[in-house]
Design a binder for this molecule. Structure first.
Ligand SMILES: Cc1cc2nc3c(=O)[nH]c(=O)nc-3n(C[C@H](O)[C@H](O)[C@H](O)COP(=O)(O)OP(=O)(O)OC[C@H]3O[C@@H](n4cnc5c(N)ncnc54)[C@H](O)[C@@H]3O)c2cc1C
Length: 435
């Protein structure tokens, strides 16, 4: 009989398993992939990390909590190792974060966001946007730029590696190539059928408690225990492209232009199809590789396993390239089509709730009663990474039955992601209350 099983070793599963191991719990993480994380919502080397929001904003809280938890994690790893080898810069690249809105959007929603901020962001429109940021905007657009330590991007790949290392050092177990194929409840324990993805051998294990953090596969893992979950979260596919500026053109950029380009990444536009871009990494010859996509061009998925390998529509690839070029144009860096090299593309899958608010919650079993021995961390859509250790902390506290942390904001956040999940099944969710 295992004590606590965590299903899925992406950012959420690794975060919750670490927070459990840290508190001395006996935890085993089952991951269907091998040691090499080669697909999953957390795949890649960059996600936007940002924390601009009003005082009680739940997403800012999980971001800030994650920064704090990462510091703790690194202190632990550095104490265990001989050298101070683990640094915040391995995970976070601090850089201004640019948010683009239409004037209406800014007036309606985002005034609230910025009202209570400290003076570590700036906004501009029209000529002031050019004066402040060197960006040419359309007359009805507003640009907000956030300047905070650890806002910029975070590297999910690095973070997962460090979490895995720490889980092992704290006595937790990670077993790779273990695909959970069935999860059912027997009287007071869970029975979990696991298939070894290398040998195809199947075994059944038992556990007192379970955390499900299987990303886009969450509904599939819960198909027997909570079949209604297919109405609560839905897997979606989003396409991203990776670009480089062609060598000839790149070499012609002045140092000032280069600095300007870097300061304008990462960026996130709430206009239209919600274009985003960021620097994913730097290639061997020192050129940045940009990642770009549109959050609102989401596709439903018929076959999850196949969706990673689908060949994207030309129209979609073209749209991302066009937006990439347009953003550079607004920076007064003019690129010809041939100056932009597409290095790669990637089908990214994530799971999403109806209101795009994530879930960290106990759930109902199929008979309609809440089971406190199971927690789901899912529906993270395009916002999960920056708050992963915040969600992991709440998930670990829930499964251990810890009393809630005393701070008001913790309780507010746990309720927002927790009770909300339970309410989703019973009542229509209220829209627009959370940021
Ligand atoms: C295109 C895109 C852009 C994004 N941009 C941002 C951003 O800018 N900022 C931000 O904060 N967030 C962003 N996100 C969101 C963030 O990346 C995700 O919320 C986060 O990575 C979700 O992690 P996860 O652990 O829930 O899922 P995953 O990373 O998918 O992890 C699930 C794990 O479970 C394993 N698994 C699945 N089924 C089973 C099974 N049956 N048995 C055992 N193991 C199983 C999988 O192999 C995988 O390792 C973005 C996401 C996408 C897709």
């Amino acid at each position: 009989m295992e004590n606590i099983i965590v299903i899925g070793g992406g950012l959420m599963g690794s975060s919750v398993a670490w927070k459990l191991a840290e508190q001395g719990a006996k935890v085993t993480l089952l991951e269907k992939q091998g040691q090499n994380f080669d697909h999953g919502s957390s795949y890649g080397a960059s996600r936007i990390s940002r924390s601009l929001g009003p005082k009680k904003d739940v997403f800012s809280y999980v971001h800030n909590r994650t920064v704090k938890e990462v510091k703790k994690l690194l202190t632990f790893l550095n104490k265990k190792g001989k050298k101070q080898a683990h640094k915040m810069e391995d995970i976070y690249s601090t850089s201004p974060v640019s948010y683009l809105y239409t004037r209406d959007q800014y007036d309606q929603i985002d005034k609230l966001r910025y009202k209570k901020q400290k003076n570590d962001y700036r906004r501009g429109s029209g000529d002031s946007a050019f004066r402040k940021f060197g960006v040419t905007l359309k007359p009805d657009q507003v640009l907000v730029r956030e300047f905070r330590e650890h806002s910029g991007t975070l590297d999910p790949h690095e973070l997962i590696q460090k979490l895995r290392l720490a889980i092992g050092l704290k006595g937790g177990k990670i077993v790779f190539n273990q695909k959970v194929t069935k999860l059912v409840k027997k009287e007071d324990y869970f029975e979990i059928e696991v298939s070894n993805t290398e040998s195809s051998k199947t075994k059944t294990i038992q556990a007192k408690k379970v955390v499900v953090a299987a990303g886009p596969y969450t509904v599939e893992v819960l198909k027997d225990f909570a079949p209604y979950f297919n109405r609560i979260i839905t897997p979606k596919r989003v396409l991203v492209s990776y670009f480089k500026i062609a060598k000839k053109r790149y070499e012609k950029l002045s140092e000032k232009e280069l600095k300007h380009i870097i300061a304008a990444q990462p960026m996130f536009s709430q206009i239209g199809k919600e274009y985003f871009s960021m620097i994913e990494k730097w290639d061997e010859d020192g050129r940045p590789i940009f990642k770009a996509g549109g959050h609102k061009i989401r596709h439903n998925i018929v076959d999850l396993d196949n969706a990673w390998h689908l060949i994207p529509r030309k129209k979609e690839l073209k749209w991302i390239k066009k937006e990439f070029r347009k953003y550079f144009e607004s920076l007064e860096i003019h690129l010809m089509k041939k100056d932009i090299e597409r290095v790669d593309y990637c089908n990214c899958l994530y799971s999403m709730t109806r209101t795009e608010v994530p879930l960290v919650t106990h759930i109902y079993n199929q008979y309609g009663s809440v089971d406190k021995n199971i927690v789901v961390i899912g529906g993270m859509s395009g916002v999960g990474a920056k708050g992963c250790l915040g969600y992991g902390t709440i998930g670990a506290n829930l499964i251990l039955g810890n009393p809630e942390e005393p701070s008001k904001i913790y309780r507010r956040v746990a309720k927002a992601f927790g009770n909300y999940g339970v309410r989703l099944y019973t009542r229509k969710p209220r829209r627009g209350r959370l940021f």
